[in-house]
Design a protein around this ligand. Structure first.
Ligand SMILES: C[S@@+](CC[C@H](N)C(=O)[O-])C[C@H]1O[C@@H](n2cnc3c(N)ncnc32)[C@H](O)[C@@H]1O
Length: 343
């Protein structure tokens, strides 16, 4: 496939990733000079997954990001539309009960509303043909109060670094891609897509447009990559005004109130009897469940799907903390994990 063919049509993007799937992670490590592993650690810290939480990793590819997210006992659904990437991921994560692959298009996710504690995407949003539609889907499937974390290439704010990086993309990366990748044309596409991608502030604006609040970002590696995070607002509960004597408390009675935040869930290592990655709740939309999802029967959570808008019970079926606790992940609002700019 030549670079000219990769005109960002969904089928062509999927085919391109099918082709690079077997050497994808190695090529990443080479092209990023080892930084890819550091970016993953930063992303996982920003998501701050806790044991028993259900995390959606969109455009998960071979599931390297998903495995990192699942390390503390969170159940991770790794969604991607490239069969090739998923196949490699399934093989690599075959022994990991916390990661479950689902073939799905990010712009039409086969999951119910409010299904996940967090939604994240690493180096995937830029490849999605309609990224704003994908952000709207992330908003729909994350629960009120849940978070979204986007890790993506961005634009270094300092001019000399920006110039050096542009030179690397133009001259260095194609050479390295020819050595390391099974499809160098795909990496020319990568260069073009990075250059065409919006900067930090613009992406933060997209997240706000999608409905996320408290949007902030943090630059990694001088802004070559940026981590954005936002939260879905808690569901607003409108109190019914009392019918009798409305004059007594007119303001409090009619003012919309924000629902209380769910209690923090226990931060624990994997339970001794680990819970496999949660099966995504079936979508109301017929026919959107990918065939890859059917290939490996999942452990269905419940035979009766919840009504789409029902809030998720706070801690039902969460594994209990065990004595073998790993170091606690940083809480979601911890200063070092939180993107620090653009709030
Ligand atoms: C650069 S890879 C990133 C993989 C992984 N998140 C990582 O960090 O290594 C981009 C992935 O996005 C996936 N992708 C692109 N468009 C998609 C879409 N509309 N729906 C689902 N996955 C998509 C591709 O199949 C590919 O696996």
């Amino acid at each position: 496939m030549s670079k000219a063919d990769l005109s960002k049509q969904p089928a062509q993007v999927a085919a391109m990733f099918d082709q690079v799937s077997t050497r994808y992670d190695r090529t990443n490590a080479v092209l990023s000079a080892g930084n890819a592993a550091l970016w993953r650690v930063a992303t996982t810290r920003a998501v701050a997954p806790r044991a028993g939480e259900t995390i959606l990793d969109v455009a998960a590819g071979t599931g390297t990001s998903s495995a990192s997210l699942a390390r503390n006992g969170a159940s991770v659904v790794a969604a991607d539309f490239s069969e090739g990437m998923i196949e490699v991921g399934r093989r690599r994560q075959a022994d990991n009960p916390f990661v479950r692959f689902v073939q799905a298009d990010a712009t039409a996710l086969p999951f119910d509303d409010d299904s996940f504690d967090a939604v994240t995407v690493s180096f995937g949003l830029r490849n999605i043909v309609d990224p704003k539609k994908a952000l709207a889907e992330f908003y729909r499937v994350v629960r009120p109060g849940g978070r979204v974390v986007v890790c993506e290439f961005s634009q270094p704010p300092l001019a000399p670094i920006r110039a050096g990086y542009a030179a690397y993309l133009k001259y260095g990366m194609p050479v390295l891609a020819r050595v390391a990748s099974s499809n160098p044309a795909a990496y020319e596409y990568l260069m073009e897509s990075i250059q065409a991608w919006p900067d930090q502030q613009a992406l933060a604006g997209w997240l706000r447009e999608a409905g996320f609040e408290r949007v902030a970002y943090r630059n990694l590696t001088a802004g070559i990559v940026a981590l954005h995070r936002g939260f879905k607002p808690e569901r607003a509960v409108v109190e019914e005004a009392p019918k009798a004597a409305p004059a007594a408390k007119p303001k409090a009675a009619s003012k919309p109130r924000t629902a209380p935040k769910p209690k923090p869930k226990p931060e624990a290592a994997a339970a001794s009897n680990p819970k496999p990655a949660a099966a995504p709740k079936p979508s109301a939309k017929p026919g959107t469940q990918g065939k890859a999802a059917q290939a490996k029967p999942a452990q269905p959570k419940a035979t009766q799907p919840k009504p789409a808008a029902a809030p998720k019970p706070a801690s039902a079926s969460k594994p209990k903390p065990t004595a073998t606790q790993k170091p606690k992940p940083k809480p979601t609002d911890s200063a070092s994990a939180v993107p620090s700019e653009g709030e």
